[in-house]
Design a protein around this ligand. Structure first.
Ligand code: AMP
Ligand code: MG
Length: 485
C-alpha cells in the first residue's frame, strides 16, 4: 500500500477566512530557474519544516509560491496607509500571504513571500524584487532578531532566474518571510476607510486574538488593545534607538500591530552618532531621520487611534478624548524604555537613575560632537570599565571632555560584564552589507555567509571576525539607501 507524501508544509488560512474583505486570491509568477541562495535552517526547524525538503524542487516551489500545498489559500492583503503623511489605499503589490504555520511554541506565524509577482494591488509595479534588496532584508532582519529586537524573520531567499528591470537588469528573487502576523496600522485604516464598523471590529478582534489575547477579557477590550499596541511600539522604537537602527520608511502601512519591526527597505544602522541621520534617498525632508523615529511612531499611533474611534465610544467627541488620553502614555512609556535601556548600555542600572540619566544624556552630546562610531563606542566603553580607557579616548576629538565624563561615569561603578551582554560588537554595518550583497549578486556567497555568521551572535567576540567589528573605512563616504527596489 502506498500513502501520498505529506505536503511540504501544512498551511492554515486563518487570515483569509476571518477577513475576506482584506484579501485578494492571487498566484505567484513562474520562477523559470529557482535557485536557493540562503535558507534559515534553524528557523525552518522551529516552524516544523524540514530544511532538506525545502531544498528540493517542491520546497523551492513553496518558497517562491509556485507550488501551493493542498488546502492553502495564498492571498494578497489589502491595507491602507499614510505614506510620508499622505493617505492611500494600498495592498501587497508584490507579496503573497501563503498562509499560517504553527511553530514549535504553538504560536501562529505567517508565511509570506515578497517579490512573488504582480497582484491586483500592483498598480504600476512589476510585482518583482531584485536579489540584493531581498538579501538585505534577510541579513538585517536576522541581525535585529539576534539583537533581541522584535522583528519579522527571514526563512529563505530564492533567486528566480528571471531578470528584473530597474536602472539596469538585475537578478530577481523571492524572500520568504515569517511574522507573527502582517497586520499593520494600515490594516485598521483600510477597514475604517471602508466605512464598515463590523469589518473594523473584526480586524481589531483578529489582531487581539493573535497578538494581545490578554485584553479580550478587559471590560473595554478595544481600548485595551490600543494601549497594548502603543506600549509595544514605544518599547520597539526605544530598542531601535538604543542600537542605532534607522528604519527609513515608517509609513503606517509599515508599522505592525504586533510590535515587530517590518519591511526592511532603506533601513540602516548608524555609523557615526548623528541624530539627524537619514539614509533613504526618498526621505528628502528627513521625516524618518534617526531622532524623529519616536515622534513618527507616535504620529502613526495617533492615526491608529483615529481609525479605531468607532470602537472606542458611540459619541465621536468622547471617542477622541479616550484615544487622546490613551496615546498620552506613549511619551512616558517610550522615555522609560529608552532611559532604562541607556542606563543598561552604560552598565549602571544599579546607580541612581537621575544621575545615570544625566550622564547618559551628556555622553550622547559628546558622541555627536566628535562623530563617534556608535556601535564601537559602547563596546570600547566596557573595556574602559575594565581599566583600559585608551580605545574610548582614541575616538574623541575633545579629550578633556571625554576624560571628565569618564571620571563621572566610573564613579557609578559600571558593570563591564553586563555591558558586553547588551552592547553588540557586530551589527549589519552598511559597508559590510554592501560588500556582501555585491558579492552575492555576482555569484560569490562567501561574504554574505560570514556577515550572517557575525551578526547572528552579535555580543560574542570571536577570532577571525575583527573586521566585522570595525567602523566603515573613511573612503566609504556618505551612505544612501533606496526603497521599493
Ligand atoms: P513599501 O514601501 O516597500 O512597503 O511598499 C509600498 C507599497 O508599494 C506596497 O503596497 C508594496 O506592495 C508596493 N510595491 C513596492 N514595490 C512594488 C513592485 N515592484 N511591484 C508592485 N508593488 C510594489
Ligand atoms: Mg510596506
Amino acid at each position: 500500500m502506498t500513502t501520498a507524501p505529506a505536503p511540504v508544509a501544512l498551511l492554515q488560512h486563518r487570515f483569509a477566512s476571518a477577513l475576506p474583505e482584506l484579501t485578494h486570491a492571487a498566484r505567484a509568477a513562474e520562477a523559470p530557474q529557482p535557485q536557493l541562495v540562503v535558507l534559515n535552517d534553524a528557523l525552518a526547524a522551529d516552524l516544523g519544516l524540514d530544511p532538506a525538503r525545502l531544498r528540493t524542487p517542491e520546497g523551492l516551489g513553496l518558497l517562491t509560491g509556485t507550488v501551493v500545498p493542498e488546502g492553502a489559500t495564498p492571498v494578497a492583503q489589502a491595507y491602507a496607509g499614510h505614506q510620508f503623511g499622505g493617505f492611500a489605499r494600498l495592498g501587497d503589490g508584490r507579496a503573497l500571504l501563503m498562509g499560517e504555520l504553527v511553530d514549535a511554541d504553538g504560536r501562529l506565524r505567517d508565511l509570506h513571500l515578497k517579490g512573488s509577482g504582480r497582484t491586483p494591488f500592483a498598480r504600476g509595479g512589476d510585482g518583482l524584487a531584485a536579489l540584493g534588496p531581498m538579501l538585505r532584508e534577510y541579513v538585517v532582519s536576522e541581525a535585529m532578531h539576534a539583537l533581541g529586537i522584535p522583528t519579522t524573520r527571514s526563512l529563505a531567499v530564492v533567486a528566480t532566474g528571471r531578470g528584473v528591470r530597474r536602472e539596469e537588469i538585475l537578478p530577481g528573487a523571492v524572500l520568504a518571510r515569517i511574522a507573527s502576523s502582517h497586520l499593520r496600522v494600515g490594516s485598521v485604516q483600510f477597514a475604517r476607510a471602508s466605512d464598515d464598523t463590523d469589518l473594523l471590529r473584526r480586524v481589531v478582534d483578529h489582531a487581539i486574538e493573535r497578538h494581545h489575547p490578554e485584553v479580550a477579557s478587559d471590560p473595554q477590550p478595544h481600548l485595551a488593545f490600543y494601549r497594548a499596541v502603543i506600549s509595544a511600539q514605544a518599547d520597539l522604537v526605544a530598542r531601535w534607538m538604543l542600537v542605532g537602527f534607522v528604519h527609513g520608511v515608517m509609513n503606517t502601512d509599515n508599522m505592525t500591530l504586533s510590535g515587530e519591526t517590518i519591511d526592511y527597505g532603506p533601513c540602516a544602522f548608524l555609523d557615526a552618532f548623528d541624530p539627524s541621520t537619514v539614509f533613504s534617498s526618498i526621505d528628502e525632508g528627513g521625516r524618518y531621520a534617526y531622532a524623529n523615529q519616536p515622534a513618527a511612531a507616535e504620529w502613526n499611533l495617533a492615526r491608529l487611534g483615529e481609525a479605531m474611534l468607532p470602537l472606542l465610544a458611540d459619541e465621536q467627541d468622547r471617542a477622541v478624548e479616550i484615544a487622546t488620553e490613551a496615546l498620552g502614555a506613549f511619551r512616558t512609556e517610550y522615555a522609560t524604555a529608552y532611559s532604562t535601556g541607556l542606563r543598561a548600555k552604560l552598565g549602571v542600572l544599579h546607580a541612581d537613575p537621575a544621575e545615570a540619566d544625566r550622564i547618559g544624556t551628556s555622553v550622547l552630546e559628546l558622541l555627536e560632537a566628535s562623530h563617534v562610531d556608535h556601535t564601537s563606542f559602547w563596546r570600547h566603553l566596557a573595556t574602559a570599565a575594565r581599566d583600559d580607557a585608551e580605545p574610548v579616548r582614541g575616538m574623541f576629538l575633545d579629550l578633556a571632555a571625554i576624560d571628565g565624563w569618564l571620571v563621572e561615569w566610573r564613579a557609578l561603578s559600571p558593570d563591564a560584564e553586563a555591558m558586553d551582554h547588551l552592547n553588540p560588537l557586530y551589527v549589519a554595518r552598511n559597508h559590510l552589507v554592501e560588500e556582501a550583497l555585491a558579492a552575492a549578486t555576482g555569484g560569490d556567497l562567501a561574504p554574505l555567509g560570514r556577515l550572517l555568521e557575525a551578526v547572528s551572535a552579535p555580543f560574542h567576540e570571536r577570532p577571525g571576525l575583527e573586521r566585522y567589528a570595525e567602523p566603515a573605512p573613511a573612503d566609504f563616504g556618505r551612505y544612501r539607501t533606496f526603497c521599493g527596489t
